[in-house]
Ligand binder design. Structure first.
Ligand SMILES: C[S@@+](CC[C@H](N)C(=O)[O-])C[C@H]1O[C@@H](n2cnc3c(N)ncnc32)[C@H](O)[C@@H]1O
Length: 245
């Protein structure tokens, strides 16, 4: 790629987190001007979920670069992956092209974009960058179910689901509202705990919120006998009588 005097801008853009076309107007305007668009794709998925949240067939296919992630827990392997991708992004930026990296939901919330931004800034410190916030999964679920995410001085905890249900029980006991993310295979255990704590009526469940096969509901009693998949799922849990902190 040729060098130019003007370095392109690197954009982080949060989309979805499921519904097609759900992204800020400013982000959409910036995205349309990007010569290269990097989209993450889990190895287990056929296509990029983030890319699927863009308005259909509006941008030339040639601009998209899929980056495959195998959710490896090997930190060294992940770091190498981000460094290689940052070098590819930097090559476009140095050639004067604006580059976007799409993330599902909000760009800065538990997002792989955080690693990407760090790696791009280290590799190409001269490039300007801007992050457009997106709609987080829990904001999308709150909107879909009419669940208030904090009223007055209520305390809201955002928590990746712990392995131990005792840890989760303690957290639920101490907050007015708990936003539970990254539930995965622990969903049946979480639902049983909510049942024991008499919180099933005060909880909302969102699986694949905004997608055509979304499961979204206020009150989770009905999920106890046949829990849906916990993959890409989030819960909002209200404790009507939290303990003092
Ligand atoms: C790596 S984090 C990404 C968070 C995302 N950046 C956000 O703003 O919500 C993945 C977790 O986000 C939540 N999530 C992402 N998309 C979702 C969706 N469409 N429906 C429900 N939960 C979702 C799930 O809790 C999932 O385990």
């Amino acid at each position: 790629m040729n060098k130019t005097d003007k370095t392109g801008t690197f954009y982080g853009i949060g989309v979805g987190p499921g519904e097609q076309g759900l992204l800020p107007v400013l982000a959409w305007e910036a995205l349309q001007k990007c010569g290269a668009i990097f989209v993450p794709r889990a190895t287990s998925q056929e296509g990029s979920t983030a890319k699927g949240c863009l308005p259909a067939h509006t941008l030339p296919e040639a601009r998209f670069h899929e980056v495959e992630f195998d959710m490896s827990t090997d930190h060294g392997a992940l770091l190498a992956r981000y460094t290689t991708m940052a070098e590819q992004i930097a090559a476009h930026l140095r050639a004067g092209r604006d580059v976007a990296y799409l993330t599902l939901g909000d760009s800065m919330t538990y997002s792989t974009f955080n690693y990407t931004l760090r790696a791009v800034r280290a590799t190409c410190p001269e490039a300007p960058w801007r992050v457009f916030p997106g709609v987080s999964s829990y904001a999308a679920l709150a909107a879909a179910t009419g669940f208030p995410l904090g009223e007055g001085k209520e305390r809201v905890l955002i928590l990746p689901c712990p392995e131990s249900m005792e840890t989760l029980e303690r957290a639920l006991a101490r907050h007015d509202i708990t936003v539970l993310m990254k539930i995965g295979r622990r969903l049946p255990e979480v639902l049983s705990l909510l049942d024991r704590m008499h919180l099933t009526e005060q909880a909302a469940f969102g699986g694949r919120v905004g997608m055509p096969d979304a499961v979204c509901q206020l009150g989770v009693e009905g999920l106890l006998t046949a829990p849906p998949s916990g993959y890409l799922s989030t819960m909002l849990i209200r404790n009507p009588a939290p303990l003092p902190l």
